[in-house]
Design a protein. Structure first.
Length: 122
């Protein structure tokens, strides 16, 4: 039980993919808000930024990790926004972005991002 939340490894700046395995390390005073959603059952971590709704995935191979991120975003759109699967996949194809969070490592973290502007139109 529990969220198993951990924070760390703050960067002043780092590019998507972190191709050299690092960013500009810095100290940080971090303030976050965590909300417990009782009764929810999700497959992967999610985040909301000022501009995006983000679903996180990872895997030993990049392709399957990307597919899982898309599936998890589609599941969100179907279960919480009421879209039909075909429409959810279409929205992901038209307005979604997939980004690789770190490259050249045994585990490939991936994020599927959908703008909050697009979500607000649903």
């Amino acid at each position: 039980p529990g969220g198993l939340l951990a924070l760390g490894d703050c960067h002043a700046v780092v590019g998507d993919g972190a191709v050299a395995g690092t960013g500009a390390e810095c100290s940080s005073d971090t303030h976050i808000r965590v909300t417990v959603e009782k009764g929810m059952n999700i497959n992967s971590p999610r985040a909301i930024t000022p501009d995006y709704f983000v679903v996180l995935s990872h895997g030993e191979e990049l392709g399957p990790a990307m597919k899982q991120a898309v599936r998890d975003m589609v599941d969100f759109l179907v279960s919480e926004k009421g879209l039909k699967p075909y429409d959810a996949y279409t929205l992901c194809s038209l307005a979604g972005d997939i980004r690789v969070s770190r490259t050249f490592r045994p585990i490939s973290p991936v994020k599927m991002m959908l703008s909050r502007e697009a979500l607000n139109q649903l």
